[in-house]
Design a protein around this ligand. Structure first.
Ligand code: TYD
Ligand code: MG
Length: 477
């Protein structure tokens, strides 16, 4: 009779211990160790080997060669074809680095109800129509439920195959039989391998199933999407190790009260990370927003004080966003400071610089800031815009609606140069901004020449400023 061993596995990092501990010695997280029983297998076929045997079998049926087991000189390794598969949405292709790479495993995370299943069903429909059969595995919804959604999204789906199962072995078999052009697994937390005794969604199941699917994708050159739930902390549930295994990790984010959805790339082995694709949720599913700046700024009234337009780089694309601030005298002697879409500490730093270097008496005022459209701005290049919006509200003078602000603010009140200045200014000029306030540096001339080259020099003027105080003089003139 097989003996069973128990181990204590950290649900955060996957580290294994022989006894229970309050704190994981590997990652330092508290109260994350859970008991897992592993069946003791006979010496002839230890668990990993069984797994790979299963894999090899599946890979052979899909028609792929097994990976060589001896080291090979780099020059003899056959390169993968560079052909990327378009998912049918330019916004998503860009986040993926130009389309799907054959044999890649992409993890799509996001809060419940944000639209992960909708997005991937749309992608499946598009690939099934253009390329070949697609296997959509759902452990959460029945085929009938998916059919209802597909009808709503107007996906006919001749070659879209649905499989409502949670068993890894069944999924692998279906992949081997169908040889699809794409596999979607919705979601990895529901899938389980029968040879493991732990519950679906536990770290060992999630890790094992992902590894298994990864091996299958690699050996058969079939690209796969795996949906992952996120925890309260906002990371993909289960091990952080899941993010290490996947080739690409994308997050679908959005505010509950906004229809915008941002598809953010946080890891990409085949392209730039930090790319952002913008979608809008409609009654008929997600639609792309190819020019988000224009859309967001169409709501920009430009008449009130406390509003500034900043240019933030989202991956390789500049995005123009409106930042709002409201400064009011505080009633109870304790000044409050609320940051929406901006890091709180960054806001405190800007308030301190405005107080000390520009001379605004903000100490007894409440300050509220907000980023329009539910965006989160992380780049320091938006500092100038945020500071200007605060100063504008404090002095009750509006910033001209045709002025865009770009620049990082230093602790001594100086404006510091930012990356990709030329690209940012050109985007502002294209959207009809007549002036751009930028940090004074040797690069201003080059940016002017770039604008001339793009035929936009007439339309947009570049105004350099060396300090925040000087910039505010210009903006609030
Ligand atoms: P869903 O894709 O099920 O989210 P997830 O898989 O991330 O949990 O999306 C569910 C939400 O999307 C739901 O609240 C309804 C909304 N929705 C639309 O607004 N329009 C649509 O066409 C569809 C299919 C969903
Ligand atoms: Mg879903």
């Amino acid at each position: 009779m097989p003996k069973s061993r128990t181990r204590f596995v950290c649900q955060q990092c996957g580290g294994e211990q022989t006894k229970w501990l309050g704190r994981c010695p590997d990652c330092g997280a508290w109260n994350t160790l859970e008991e897992v029983s592993l069946p003791e297998t006979s010496a002839a076929a230890p668990a990993p080997q069984r797994r790979y045997a299963l894999l090899r079998g599946a890979a052979a049926t899909v028609g792929a060669s097994a990976a060589p087991t001896v080291p090979q000189p780099l020059s003899q390794v056959k390169a993968l074809s560079h052909e990327r598969l378009s998912v049918g949405y330019a916004e998503m292709d860009r986040v993926l680095g130009g389309g799907l790479v054959p044999g890649s495993l992409t993890l799509v995370g996001g809060e419940p109800g944000i639209g992960k299943s909708t997005l991937l069903l749309q992608v499946s429909g598009s690939i099934a129509e253009r390329v070949g059969p697609v296997l959509y595995v759902s452990g959460e919804e029945s085929s009938e439920q998916i059919k209802m959604r597909a009808e709503r999204l107007e996906i006919s789906g001749e070659r879209l195959y649905l499989l409502a199962t949670v068993e890894l072995e069944v999924i692998c078999e279906a992949i081997a039989r169908l040889k699809p052009a794409l596999v979607v697994v919705d979601s990895i937390q529901t899938v389980f391998a029968t040879h493991l005794t732990s519950a679906p969604g536990s770290i060992s199941q999630v890790r094992e199933c992902t590894l298994h699917l990864m091996q299958m994708a690699k050996s058969s050159h079939i690209p796969m999407f795996i949906i992952g739930h996120v925890t309260k902390e906002g990371t993909v549930a289960g091990p952080k190790a899941l993010e290490h295994i996947a080739d690409c990790v994308l997050y679908l984010e959005g505010e509950r009260y906004h229809t915008y959805r941002l598809l953010r790339g946080v890891k990409n082995r085949f392209g730039a990370t930090h790319e952002v694709g913008v979608f809008e949720m409609h009654g008929e599913g997600l639609q792309e927003v190819p020019n988000p700046s224009a859309l967001f700024l169409s709501e920009h009234p430009g008449a009130a004080s406390g509003s500034a337009v900043v240019v933030s780089m989202e991956g390789t694309r500049p995005l123009l966003v409106e930042v709002q601030a409201l400064v009011t005298p505080s009633n109870f002697g304790i000044a409050r400071c609320t940051a929406n879409g901006i890091e709180h500490n960054r806001l405190l730093m800007l308030l301190a610089v405005l107080t000390k270097r520009v001379g605004l008496a903000l100490g007894n005022h409440d300050v509220y800031t907000n980023v329009v459209g539910g965006f989160t701005l992380e780049e320091p290049a938006v500092d100038l815009g945020v500071a200007a919006a605060i100063a504008s509200s404090y002095r009750d003078r509006r910033i001209p609606p045709d002025l865009a602000l770009i620049g990082e603010v230093g602790l001594s009140g100086e404006l510091r140069p930012v990356s990709r200045l030329g690209l940012r200014v050109r985007e502002a000029a294209k959207l009809g901004f007549k002036r751009c306030l930028v940090p004074a540096s040797g690069r201003t001339e080059r940016v002017r020449r770039e604008l001339e080259g793009a035929g936009l020099a007439e339309e947009c003027r570049v105004i350099p400023a060396s300090t925040l105080a000087v910039a505010l003089e210009i903006a609030l003139h």
